[in-house]
Ligand binder design. Structure first.
Ligand code: MN
Ligand code: MN
Length: 466
């Protein structure tokens, strides 16, 4: 629940949530809110993979005077084009702590396998292996675009974005017709949709018949290979070194008669990437050093060289200490840091309110949500932020008049989930989960409130300049 700003004479005794719409009711805020929403929707439309998000971030950083020379006053470094860290020196030395916002830029999706291409009953298809926590049925019978890269043996890397321009074709996974789904409709949801049936339709027109294969199989696949070679200069073996993902095709959209909601793919967690970056770009001369990091691989457990369990962050910090304050000890710098593990929270779903414990759930439009602890079933695997840090955060946000809320994910013994918070907590820094509420999380079309987007950006500003 939101703590109302204390009135000196008579403190508000009872906790009263504050709607971000009410807090930002005046015209000046609404104009700024609409502008931010437009910028965000353009970002969300352009960035559907971690690589695209990192490329976008590099361009933004360069435009705002950040240097690729790591150790400069404002600088950035990326890791394999999938994870990126931006840093800005503060007035105070690093050893007095830095402010860190860490978000993730990967999103659940449908990846192509390394041997993807085949043909069945006159249709060419691509085999897939999904990435992250998807509800498989949500990805059927809808328009998909292909995004990614194909690395050739020559060292050349071919960028692929196909299905976003309305002039281009899209892709799709065909679903079973209700007439023949009798047996499937009686199965459990977890068993009804087979991952090996999430195959993407690539085409149907056969290559011109040659005498020897006139009625034979394989002509459709052959035609697809010819098209791919013509368009990208690739052969079938090149899929071995490709990272291609099917993602929902099309732009982010306004939702509702009042346009108060933003619908799109990947609010989780690109809404935190965008708001943290916007706040960082606007904070020119900070008190403490500021760091924003966007991680890859959060949706599959943060492993790997570009995930939050890697040493990339630590290596960057070592280099910053060397450049900015060589006498400081890395461990003291890390232990005096304050961090927000920036990730979206589940808003109470109007149709499934019973999965939430409503006193401790996040309300759409009531601002970004703190989650003191994550984990599941008795707080296992949780980062549990200490009370003193929460008290400090309450003060800085309340003093700035930014609405926020406190919640946990789902009912006890029912909900749960993890974020990157615990990988930061191991350094001894203050860290808590924080981010706006989202509806339809992990679906191809997630929903976020415009008011929450705006409040989250302002909250990051307050935190980064503290
Ligand atoms: Mn997330
Ligand atoms: Mn997620």
């Amino acid at each position: 629940m939101v703590q109302k700003k204390a009135v000196k004479a008579a403190p508000e005794l009872e906790s009263k949530p504050r709607s971000a719409w009410d807090v930002y009711a005046d015209a000046k805020h609404r104009t700024a809110m609409d502008r931010l929403a437009r910028e965000y929707m353009a970002f969300l439309t352009a960035c559907k993979t971690e690589r695209e998000t990192v490329n976008w971030t590099r361009a933004l950083a360069l435009k705002n005077g950040f240097s690729e020379k790591f150790g400069a006053k404002a600088c950035f470094r990326d890791m394999r084009g999938k994870t990126i860290l931006l840093a800005r020196k503060g007035r105070r030395p690093l050893s007095e702590g830095f402010r860190l916002a860490g978000a993730h830029c990967d999103t659940p999706r449908i990846d192509l396998k390394q041997h993807p291409l085949y043909e069945e009953v006159q249709v060419a298809l691509a085999k897939t292996h999904y990435y992250g926590g998807i509800r498989k049925h949500q990805w059927l019978a809808r328009e998909l675009a292909l995004h990614g890269v194909i690395a050739l043996k020559s060292g050349k890397v071919v960028d692929v974005t196909l299905g976003e321009d309305p002039a281009e074709p899209v892709f799709t996974i065909a679903d079973l017709l209700p007439h023949l789904a009798q047996k499937q409709s009686e199965q459990k949801l977890s068993e009804a949709f087979d991952a090996e049936k999430l195959n993407i339709v690539l085409g149907h027109e056969p290559a011109k018949a040659e005498k020897k294969d006139e009625n034979g199989k394989g002509r459709v696949k052959k035609a697809i290979l010819a098209l791919l070679h013509k368009r990208y200069g690739i052969v079938e073996d090149d899929f071995y070194s490709a990272e291609l993902a099917a993602v929902p095709a099309g732009p982010a959209r306004s939702v509702g008669l009042d346009g108060s909601i933003i619908g799109g793919y990947g609010h989780d967690d690109r809404i935190c990437c965008f708001t943290a970056l916007s706040a960082l770009m606007d904070a020119k001369t900070p008190e403490h050093a500021q760091i924003v990091i966007l991680w890859d691989k959060e949706e599959i457990g943060s492993d790997g060289s570009t995930g939050a369990k890697s040493l990339f962050f630590e290596y960057c910090l070592q280099d910053l200490v060397e450049a900015w304050e060589p006498k400081a000890r890395l461990r003291s710098v890390l232990m005096s840091a304050k961090a927000l593990s920036a990730d979206v929270h589940a808003a109470i779903d109007p149709d499934y309110q019973d999965v939430h414990e409503k006193m401790n759930a996040s309300l759409f439009g009531y601002g970004p949500t703190f989650c003191k602890f994550t984990g599941h079933r008795g707080k296992y695997m949780a980062n549990d932020a200490h009370a003193e840090y929460v008290g400090w955060l309450r003060r800085i946000l309340d003093d700035a008049g930014v609405p926020w809320q406190m919640a946990e994910l789902g009912k006890v013994d029912q909900g749960g989930g993890g974020t990157v918070a615990k990988y930061l907590a191991k350094y001894g820094m203050d860290v808590i989960d924080f981010g706006p509420p989202v509806l339809s999380m992990h679906s191809p079309f997630e929903l976020a409130s415009k008011a929450d987007l705006y409040a989250t950006k302002l909250a990051f500003e307050v935190f980064l300049k503290s």
